[in-house]
Design a protein around this ligand. Sequence first.
Ligand code: OAD
Length: 240
Amino acid sequence: MNNLQKVADWLRSSKKTVVLTGAGMSTESGVPDFRSASGWWTKTDLQKVATVDALEFNYPLFHEFYSMRIRLLEKCAPHEGHHILAKWEKDGILHRIATQNVDGFHFQAGSKCVDELHGSIYTFRCHSCGQSASKESFLAKERCGHCQGYLRPNVVLFGEMLPEKAWQNALSNIQSADLVIVIGTSLEVYPVNQLPMMTKGKKVYINKEIASHASYFDCILEGKAKEVLIKLDELLSTNK
Ligand code: OAD
């Protein structure tokens, strides 16, 4: 039996399946990932734009980086792979998605049970007092109307805690899952990279390039997220 067929069978028999996604889930929508050759962190120094220090001490660069990503996302949309995951949720095949992505594509595709572990780039707040702000105010580089603090998207920066509820949901669902499918992440970033190892269930890794983490998984599907999900969905529909 080939690996695709094996994973399709596991999907069919699993009572609780959780998917964990990373930036590789969205590259086929035209959004760069972080660590590939064309990723953000090969062109931009992470420390200068995605840390609490960057926000507090180099706001112009921080603002430029997130404004650019927000504007890019306005031109992008979820792809068929995101839609397949949403359909699987509706059909009772998929229980929950935990994502490191801030692009909101799982929700836009119709998934409802999603935990955004690194926040969302579509809502904004004051970094100092927490008062919510609009996208327009952020893009216009306005200061907080309440305390004059810096405005920022509700994403997790390096040096910040993950949103507690999203983390707890993801952790407990992954711990109790029969099947965890990890898609499009280098598994470089703590603490999310610990999650796949916390399940009692089977672990599958779908990624364009399979490097050091292969030995942790029960099955590897090397390939692009959208293409692999389309093939899995075809197998699920033909062998019902
Ligand atoms: P990375 O850029 O580290 O990893 C993306 C992975 O997806 C790589 O291993 C690619 O080979 C793979 N990939 C790219 N395109 C793919 C495709 N079409 N199909 C399948 N795989 C593909 O991104 P993440 O692991 O998500 O955090 O990064 C984790 C976190 O680091 C991000 O959430 C972000 C970043 O810094 C913060 O900013 C806090």
